[in-house]
Design a protein around this ligand. Structure first.
Ligand code: UDX
Length: 476
């Protein structure tokens, strides 16, 4: 793209965690590939962790301070601190950055602001610049709708829970059958945030507010495709007239972006040796189970032990990502039970972080034990890999419900983890029984539909073009 020419210029700012940065980077690459000038804004802290990424013509990285100090970064409630600090400190620097960018030689003025969820304060930056704003909400459409409905659930008295017994007395199984576009689901699956006992629950209010504030933006962008969530998307259209479903983003990138600016950009260093380990597996294709719980989940040492001994008992080969901080108290691999590595020697590989999309698409991999984060779910769908779902937070319960129910590509673990069930589910998924065959067939079908959506003429392909057109009109 020619610098200096009047053009659409999108300034993108995600909430600073992998689950938000990754899809926003993909969107940035897609917009850039369609001729939109892009400025991707990280926090200074992540900019350093990403080793100060360099952009290329028409795609630049910038950063702003997040306002946290060293103690905040290791505090157990660091995500809450980060949320509050961004809200307090980042609006002025973002606005200032956008204004400065417009004065640089050869850089068109910022013509739209694109944010991820949880940084709705930045919608005001767009207002001050008098440019349109778009939100890339990082969950499924159904995850978004469930978050919107937290307000009604609160107003109708479903949440907060009356006391602790409600967590285990079957109350979370209460059917919710009134959310338009959705089948009847369990209350406990709508969102983890309904599980609070606190009438002033911060997380519940924040989620509710952040989702509802998307109505202030010109458009909502979702990392999903129409076929996957047709009913809920059709119902959502009444409330949100401009929804752009452009996913799976990983598939869209693969198809439409030749020269990746951001490939390999990751807050943790990817362990390349796990790819060589997968290449060298002697078993038939599809025999390895990939295990990962995303970038935010924190397990107790007890939960880690149930997963570990379940995997050990299954006798199947597996690649497990145990990132620093996966276990409470900021622990990682060092928290694995003693003797576990010896017990699984020759069929296990433990990595701190890996190139997940490549791993899921590797021929050796045939199953994914996941926390059901939305990025992981879409990457698994695109790879055609069925899942074992162990949700624990936010939208992960509803993703799991859809994966195991509507889409027929998942097996759910009970909330109280037991190693025997972990082993049995691994055996069921990786063995060749009827259930496994059905899930594999469904996964292959969803993979084909994901590919079709991101091909020329497909719904996601067309929606990306529509979005770019919209940015150009609004930016001209
Ligand atoms: C967060 C929320 O927790 C989740 O519920 C929501 O749906 C999205 O935002 P996170 O928990 O990090 O995300 O999970 P997920 O959405 O699955 O994102 C993890 C990302 O990290 C994926 O893109 C995955 O490919 C990447 N990843 C993970 C790696 O690249 N390497 C790894 O080793 C592990």
């Amino acid at each position: 793209m020619e610098e200096g020419k009047r053009a659409a210029h999108a300034m993108l700012f995600p909430f600073p965690c992998s689950g938000h940065i990754n899809p926003t980077l993909k969107l940035a690459e897609l917009l850039h590939s369609r001729g939109v000038h892009v400025t991707f804004v990280n926090t200074d802290h992540n900019h350093q962790r990403l080793r100060r990424p360099r952009g290329r013509e028409g795609f630049r990285f910038e950063s702003v301070a997040d306002g946290l100090d060293g103690a905040d970064r290791v505090a157990p409630d660091r995500t809450v601190r980060l949320y509050l600090s961004l809200r307090k400190t980042c609006k002025a620097p973002l606005l200032d950055l956008a204004r400065r960018l417009g004065k640089r030689e050869g850089v068109p003025p910022v013509t739209c602001v694109v944010i991820s969820g949880l940084v709705s304060f930045a919608l005001a930056v767009a207002d001050d610049l008098r440019v349109p704003s778009f939100v890339l909400w990082g969950t499924s459409a159904v995850g978004f709708v469930c978050t919107l409905r937290l307000r009604q659930l609160r107003q109708r008295g479903y949440t907060p829970l009356k006391d602790e017994t409600y967590l285990t007395n079957g109350y979370l199984d209460t059917p919710i059958d009134w959310i338009a576009g959705m089948p009847t689901v369990r209350l406990g699956d709508v969102s983890s945030f309904v599980r609070t006992l606190d009438p002033t629950s911060f997380a519940l209010r924040v989620e509710e507010e952040e989702a509802n504030s998307c109505a202030r933006a010109q458009g909502l962008i979702l990392n999903t495709f129409h076929d996957l969530e047709a009913d809920v998307l059709d119902a959502l259209g009444d409330e949100f007239p401009r929804v752009y479903t452009i996913g799976p983003l990983a598939a869209a990138m693969h198809r439409r972006v030749d020269h990746h600016v951001a490939s390999g950009l990751s807050l943790w260093e990817e362990d390349a040796a796990c790819m060589a380990w997968l290449d060298a597996r002697p078993e038939p294709p599809g025999s390895v189970l990939y295990v990962s719980f995303g970038s935010l989940a924190v397990l107790s040492p007890g939960q880690l032990a149930e997963f570990a001994w379940g995997l050990a008992a299954s006798e199947r080969p597996f690649l497990w990502v145990v990132r620093p901080g996966l276990v409470g108290g900021d622990r990682g691999m060092d928290a694995l039970p003693e003797d576990f590595l010896a017990a699984t020697k020759g069929r296990s590989f433990i990595a701190e972080w890996c190139a997940q999309e490549q791993v899921l698409r590797h021929r050796a991999v045939g199953g994914f034990l996941t926390h059901s984060g939305w990025n992981s779910t879409t990457e698994s769908i695109w790879a055609g890999v069925p899942m074992i779902c162990a949700p624990g937070f936010a939208d992960q319960y509803i993703n799991c419900r859809y994966a195991c129910g509507e889409w027929g590509i998942g097996l759910r673990l009970d909330e109280e983890l037991r190693r025997e069930q972990v082993a049995a589910h691994v055996e069921e998924l990786m063995g060749g029984g009827k259930k496994a065959q059905d899930m594999r067939r469904n996964a292959a079908e969803w993979k084909a539909r994901a590919e079709a959506a991101t091909e020329p003429g497909g719904s996601a392909y067309e929606n990306l073009d529509k979005l770019v057109e919209e940015l150009r009109v609004e930016g001209s």
